[in-house]
Design a protein around this ligand. Structure first.
Ligand SMILES: *Cc1c(COP(=O)(O)O)cnc(C)c1O
Length: 409
């Protein structure tokens, strides 16, 4: 006999992007109008020429018997790991290539990483609102209690509310948590951590013998040097932090798939000596993973060359120009908009204290523009609306024009 994992039953039934998709479908069916998307977290610009050259090389290698290769190192190609180490080195962070685990995008490992820690004795802390994978992976693994419909929170989870009062930044929680998920810049609020905040979390994690899971999917959007782009910029962070990175948002790899997880040798948890946490993940990858696509990895290697980095900056600037256009348009109407400066997300306060979903409907009906209701990322997102800078310039301009002309305030 076999049964389904009962923890699935705990998951909140609504999945944000499915609900948004259904609303868009209904709108299309009843009006015949194609809604304009300004809420998605998916890239729209093509791959850069240097990346394409790298990917082509990967295909060419596989097309020739002399250069063909099958399975490689499940931890990733050494050349790519070395290029990543070099990128960190340029920012003053020393890593060893063995501390970098190449994967097929950050999302799966972001969900998998919690399996590395004790199944019954691990509590988690998350920013509220946050990327939903952090909580949902832990719900399914049984590391949370039930979902409380009244509060919109899962029992047994330490929430770090990120609200207007605290500039949407998490405060170091008083409670102890085993895993502390931080996303910088945060999706959906577009808020950024400075050195002091990063250090405060590192101190707390060391004191409590807990681990920070630092999601840096959007770090290349941080241009202000007073902000941190990696948790390892905080002293001693290697003792307590795992970092997740992705090629998706700065190099357009959302469909190509490539990312990496960094687990320093120095990292320790309760009952381990340095090296053990790392070595066990290395073992886990050998047993469960068969390396990211070698084509993707050659694309990633190209992305980290000087030309690749320059072209990635052009992509980032393009999206950030979109962010400026959105911000300017909304602010010209008197709306309050946060984020969108060192992050590709804008976090708009709904007018007249309207609920996030109520505003979603109003926006869709009046302007035909789709955004993401803030409450879908956590209860502290209620009263906010996420807009994304990803989109073709013409589409973004059209959407902003429709909002400024048609949204009734
Ligand atoms: C997009 C995104 C990722 C990256 O996902 P990939 O699987 O690498 O495409 C990770 N974290 C956050 C917060 C994201 O928004």
């Amino acid at each position: 006999m076999v049964k389904l994992n009962p923890n699935y039953e705990k998951l909140q039934k609504n999945y944000l992007f499915r609900d948004i998709g259904n609303k868009a479908k209904e709108f299309r069916a009843s009006t015949g109008i194609e809604p304009m998307k300004l809420g998605i977290g998916d890239t729209t610009e093509p791959l850069t020429p240097t990346v394409v050259e790298g990917l082509r090389k990967g295909v060419d290698n596989l097309a020739d018997r002399d250069t063909y290769s099958g399975y490689g190192d499940e931890h990733g190609a050494l050349a790519l790991k070395k290029a990543i180490v070099k990128k960190y080195k340029e920012r003053g962070i020393d890593l060893d290539p063995s501390e970098v685990f190449i994967n097929d995008g950050a999302k799966p490992d972001t969900a998998n990483i919690q399996y590395h820690f004790h199944p019954e004795e691990t509590t988690i802390a998350v920013q509220d609102p946050s990327y939903t994978v952090y909580i949902e992976s832990n719900v399914i693994a049984g590391k949370t209690g039930e979902f409380n419909k009244k509060t919109g929170l899962y029992e047994g989870v330490v929430y770090m509310p990120c609200k207007e009062e605290n500039n949407f930044l998490p405060e170091v929680p008083k409670q102890k948590a085993g895993l502390i998920y931080l996303c910088n810049p945060n999706n959906p609020t577009g808020s950024n951590h400075d050195r002091k905040l990063a250090k405060a979390f590192v101190d707390k994690a060391i004191e409590d013998k807990s681990v920070i899971i630092s999601d840096g999917a959007y770090e290349e959007y941080i241009l202000d040097s007073g902000l941190v782009r990696s948790i390892y910029e905080a002293e001693e962070a290697k003792k307590c932090s795992i970092e997740m990175k992705s090629f998706s948002k700065d190099n357009g790899f959302t469909g190509v798939r490539l990312g990496y997880t960094i687990i320093p040798h120095e990292l320790v948890v309760e009952g381990t000596s340095p090296g053990e946490v790392h070595d066990r993940w290395s073992d886990r990858q050998s047993r469960f993973f068969n390396e990211a696509s070698i084509i993707s990895q050659l694309g990633g290697l190209a992305a980290l060359t000087n030309n690749g980095v320059e072209q990635s900056k052009i992509l980032v600037n393009y999206y950030m120009e979109n962010a400026k256009i959105i911000k300017k348009g909304l602010e010209s109407m008197g709306l309050t908009v946060y984020g969108g400066i060192n992050a590709p997300y804008l976090w708009m306060k709904t007018p007249n204290n309207m609920g996030s979903w109520q505003f979603f409907d109003k926006m869709l009906n009046e302007t035909h523009v789709i955004g993401a209701p803030g409450v879908g990322f956590g209860p502290s997102g209620e009263g906010f609306f996420r807009l994304s800078a990803f989109g073709l310039r013409g589409d973004v301009e059209k959407a902003v024009e429709s909002i400024t002309n048609n949204l009734r305030l």
